[in-house]
Design a binder for this molecule. Structure first.
Ligand SMILES: [Zn+2]
Length: 130
């Protein structure tokens, strides 16, 4: 909605994924994730665990996407979702749906036209906690 590019990523346990959204060039976040999951459908990092190295791997890939965007080189992960299975040491790329088809945000007839605050489970971990 702000017409700003961003890299979206998520990690849980030994799995991670990322994609890059460039407005008007590929699918937006809502094109891919049509509905927010119910509040307690996704475990928090405290419940499921996050491997620190996964944050380093996926975060570095996000930084690389930013460098490629800024410098205009390479192929961004626009329209593709990169997944990494840390247990198997395998990367996969999934082709995402085209931009705008039935999307509540970027289609010709959007139904979501302003930001929405969703109530989601929060990570309960605080620095210094074990
Ligand atoms: Zn969209």
């Amino acid at each position: 909605m702000a017409d700003k590019p961003f890299s979206h990523a998520g990690i849980i346990r030994f799995k991670g994924q990322l994609m890059t959204v460039v407005p008007h060039q590929g699918p937006c976040y809502r094109c891919v994730f049509k509905e927010m999951p119910p509040k307690d459908a996704v475990p928090t990092c405290k419940q499921a665990g996050v491997i620190g190295a996964m944050g380093g791997i996926i975060g570095s890939l996000q930084a690389l996407e930013a460098v490629k965007y800024i410098t205009g080189v390479g192929d961004l992960l626009v329209g593709r979702l990169l997944t990494f299975d840390g247990l198997k040491g395998e990367f996969h790329t999934i082709k995402l749906p085209p931009r705008g088809e039935g999307c509540a945000v970027c289609s010709d007839h959007p139904t979501i036209t302003k930001l929405i605050d969703y109530e989601q489970a929060q990570c309960e971990w605080k620095p210094g906690q074990k």
